[in-house]
Design a protein around this ligand. Sequence first.
Ligand SMILES: C[S@@+](CC[C@H](N)C(=O)[O-])C[C@H]1O[C@@H](n2cnc3c(N)ncnc32)[C@H](O)[C@@H]1O
Length: 314
Amino acid sequence: MSDVKCSLVRIPKTEETKTLIPPAMSLETQEIPMNNLEVYRHRLDCELQRAKARLAELPVGEAIEDFDIRGELYGLACEIAPRARQGDLLAMREWMNIRGNERIVDLAAGTGFFTKDFLSQTAGEVIAVDPSQMQLGVLDKVCAGRARLLLGSPDSQQDMSVISDTSVDVVSSFGGLHHVADQRTMLEEVARILKPGGQFTAADVCANTALARHFDEFVAAKCLTGHTAQWLDEAKLRELASGLPLQLERVATVPLTWKFASPTEIALFFKGLHAYDLSEQEIIEDLKAALGFTTENGLICLNWPMVFFRFVRI
Ligand SMILES: C[S@@+](CC[C@H](N)C(=O)[O-])C[C@H]1O[C@@H](n2cnc3c(N)ncnc32)[C@H](O)[C@@H]1O
């Protein structure tokens, strides 16, 4: 039983697209042998050249922040460092506290890193919303076809209209809300689809932090497709939710770290994640200066603090 239309146009299964699919993510540590990193270095360079060629074909003046162009690089990043973001999953699990039968909507779901984890926690339906067909194509594979796909944007009443009023237990999002152009309309849609007592639990880069500055200064300048963002913080969240039946129940900065086995793994991961046509040394130097590294159990930990928040539908 579902009121969600699948508007995804499936990507043909070619040898090439098969390689985009991140391997099964697990919470166990996996070592990536150096020879694999050499293979990934080559694949990233090929994808960067391909992305540059596609960008060169775009008409002058066309908006270029395009997750379809970056989608393949993003998929490679997930393959290169599958354990890097395990702390993100654990933090979201703690904040969401899923009981097992919830119907969950994942906004800006991307390639399904969280969607797949939600599917492991609930017997209810999981709906992934994202405007990038390429990202949803990867997500569909990562989630073995078990998530419902909604190609669209959470600030579009038309796109979201396929989800009924008060039909959802949990709305979630990680790392994508800053892309949403009309964040007030997005919150109105969240309030509309949530059941009374339902939760909207999400995390994103917090406004006026070193991480937001890193995106605004370095990523915006060096990512092949640029980067624009409207960062959130507690004051902005309260302002956006003003007059809506959403109560901000919990908000906090969580000092997440992303964990890597080697500087090479870090550089290649970010080459894919942020579509950098840069030397590995430039990538590492920027991250070190902007965000800082620590070490833990032989792993290199990159500081990646995020603001987490939970609204409850009243
Ligand atoms: C940094 S990724 C986060 C993906 C995923 N949540 C994760 O943690 O791996 C950001 C995602 O936001 C999506 N996005 C871009 N513009 C958007 C918009 N206006 N509304 C919703 N999502 C958007 C992109 O397609 C991309 O998949």
